[in-house]
Design a protein around this ligand. Structure first.
Ligand SMILES: [Ca+2]
Length: 160
């Protein structure tokens, strides 16, 4: 019994320790675009780069742990991501693509985050600003987009 308690204690301490070790990294949503516009209704993919720095070597990232957005989408890339310098700062970055529908990004959200682990178990997280389109603050644009889909479907049905 005492042995079990001891083991349990070590496991809990280990989990708590892992939760505390959390590295903040830089992330770029759509690194080649500015501003980073995301259409939550898109069936496309969003490119997101985890940016390397002097303190963070992206080649140590365990790509199977990458998760993007509130929905925790996994990369669609077969290899999890592609190493390359997307922002020309001479540090390697890790570019992955995520299905918009799996990210859980909702209209009006202004940032999204990537979480993951390095191969040696260090947790990291990074966020980037973005804006969703159509802009819900523009009122009609957003509602029109919601209305438009069923209307278009109806029209297609009538025509066909
Ligand atoms: Ca870079």
């Amino acid at each position: 019994m005492r042995m079990l308690m001891l083991t349990l204690g070590i496991v809990i301490a280990g989990l708590a320790g892992a939760a505390n070790a959390h590295l903040a990294v830089d992330v770029a949503i759509k690194p080649d675009r500015d501003p980073n516009s995301v259409n939550p209704f898109s069936k496309g993919k969003i490119p997101v780069a985890v940016l390397g720095s002097a303190g963070f070597d992206v080649s140590t990232v365990d790509v199977t742990t990458l998760a993007f957005g509130p929905g925790g989408a996994a990369p669609t890339n077969k290899a999890g991501g592609q190493l390359g310098d997307v922002n020309d700062d001479s540090y390697l970055d890790l570019l992955s693509h995520y299905r918009t529908q799996e990210t859980g990004i909702a209209p009006g959200e202004t940032q999204a985050c990537v979480t993951g682990e390095t191969l040696d178990g260090m947790l990291f997280e990074g966020c980037d600003e973005m804006r969703t389109v159509p802009d819900p603050k523009c009122g009609l644009g957003f509602e029109a987009a919601l209305l438009l889909a069923p209307l278009m479907a109806l029209r297609r049905k009538r025509v066909g």
